[in-house]
Design a protein around this ligand. Structure first.
Ligand SMILES: Cc1cc2nc3c(=O)[nH]c(=O)nc-3n(C[C@H](O)[C@H](O)[C@H](O)COP(=O)(O)OP(=O)(O)OC[C@H]3O[C@@H](n4cnc5c(N)ncnc54)[C@H](O)[C@@H]3O)c2cc1C
Length: 356
């Protein structure tokens, strides 16, 4: 087992919450290591190439209502990393009628896909005088408290095990995964040091899964402008359908279909081809022509922890004060991209205050 030099704070997860937390930490002059198990960064702000197409298959857009996140988005917009997509989407009503968009507040997107905002944040962090390293393909296996700090056990991309130490840690993995990491480090048992109220609050957080089907088309889709349809609650099996070409992220026609939580739960372990077939059938009205020829390529992604069904009131949960360890992300104080960003910023500030 290899030992590695200490940093001030280890952030687990390079999604929007983790990167926003790191932004606050680095701005305060702390040394930060961000670890993510994936090959790329962005977490559920995910963009993928499918054949000649580019598809957002996680978050589709984001809102900007709070001042904190607005400051981040304004700076990202100056660098052309984000743009407004539209001011609302068509709604599919339970009776099958389509209501035109009309609520008027801006929906934002990454310029070339949703990962553009996390990538922009990561580039700024990398430019911070060497104070921040972002390591991908680094899967954290356990988080433990030790005298004077936190011990993180991780597996690198080659299967090697590494032990890291820091003064504090911020966990942004979906809450059930964060709980597993703390349990593996012995933090949740008797004498593990975890605040009982915090532990009980975290245990209430649950998520819906979501299937995302990406379809590359040989001609434009039938999705009405501006390229997204939100389906009424209770519609099955589709919750959302988007045209990545109209959105401005794909050079060729391609749609993303998101299944409802109920459908995704019911078919979570079904063969992917079967699930893709059911969703393709349901998406037929939005595909011009016979799907057998109009769909030139398809890809199905299964999100296990897609959207929180329980959101805690606080922007972060402090697991221990000494050493400082907190959980944050989209299950805290407000869901979705904007809520996750605000939660990450709040957790970063809390850590700066606590370490000071
Ligand atoms: C299908 C779908 C559609 C959505 N649509 C929208 C939308 O239209 N608008 C909107 O605002 N939001 C939407 N969301 C929600 C939005 O994507 C999330 O709220 C937000 O991206 C969460 O950010 P986060 O940083 O909290 O978590 P994540 O983005 O999940 O980041 C957590 C990171 O932790 C990493 N991680 C986990 N475990 C470990 C470990 N053991 N070791 C190292 N790294 C680890 C993960 O790889 C991940 O990168 C959608 C989500 C999904 C899945």
């Amino acid at each position: 087992m290899q030992m590695q030099a200490a940093v001030d704070v280890i952030v687990i997860g390079a999604g929007i919450a983790g990167l926003c937390a790191a932004r606050e930490l680095v701005a305060a002059g702390l040394r930060v290591l961000v670890l993510d198990k994936s090959r790329g960064i962005g977490g559920r702000m995910a963009t993928r190439r499918v054949g000649a197409a580019v598809c957002d298959h996680g978050a589709q857009f984001f809102t900007v209502r709070g001042d904190d996140f607005a400051a981040v988005v304004t700076a990202a917009r100056r660098d052309a990393a984000v743009a407004t997509w539209c001011n609302g989407f068509a709604h599919m009503e339970p009776d099958g009628s389509l209501v035109a968009p009309g609520d008027g507040y801006p929906r934002w997107r990454g310029s070339r896909g949703m990962t553009d905002l996390p990538k922009w944040l990561a580039e700024r962090l990398a430019a911070a005088d060497g104070r921040c390293e972002i390591r991908t393909q680094a899967t954290v296996k356990a988080v433990a408290t030790v005298v004077g700090g936190v011990r993180i056990e991780l597996e690198d991309g080659t299967g090697g095990r590494v032990t890291l130490f820091a003064r504090g840690a911020i966990l942004t993995a979906p809450v059930p995964q964060a709980i597993e990491l703390m349990a593996a480090g012995g933090m949740l048992g008797p004498g593990g040091g975890t605040d009982a109220v915090a532990r009980d609050a975290l245990a209430t957080v649950a998520y819906d899964p979501c299937f995302a089907l990406m379809l590359v088309l040989d001609r434009p889709s039938r999705v009405p402008p501006p390229g997204g349809i939100q389906f009424a609650a209770g519609s099955e099996p589709i919750a959302w359908l988007a045209d990545n070409f109209q959105k401005g992220v794909s050079p060729v026609p391609a749609v993303t279909v998101h299944a409802t939580g109920a459908f995704s739960r019911e078919h979570f372990d079904a063969p992917p081809e079967e699930v893709a077939g059911m969703l393709l059938d349901a998406a037929r009205p939005w595909i011009d022509g016979d799907p057998a020829t109009a769909v030139v390529e398809r890809s199905l992604h299964r999100w296990k922890f897609a959207l929180p069904t329980t959101v805690l009131e606080e922007p972060l949960v402090v697991v221990t004060e000494a050493p400082p360890i907190a959980c944050c992300g989209d299950a805290f104080a407000g869901p979705r991209v904007e809520g996750a960003a605000a939660s990450g910023l709040a957790a970063g500030r809390w850590m700066v205050r606590t370490l000071a």
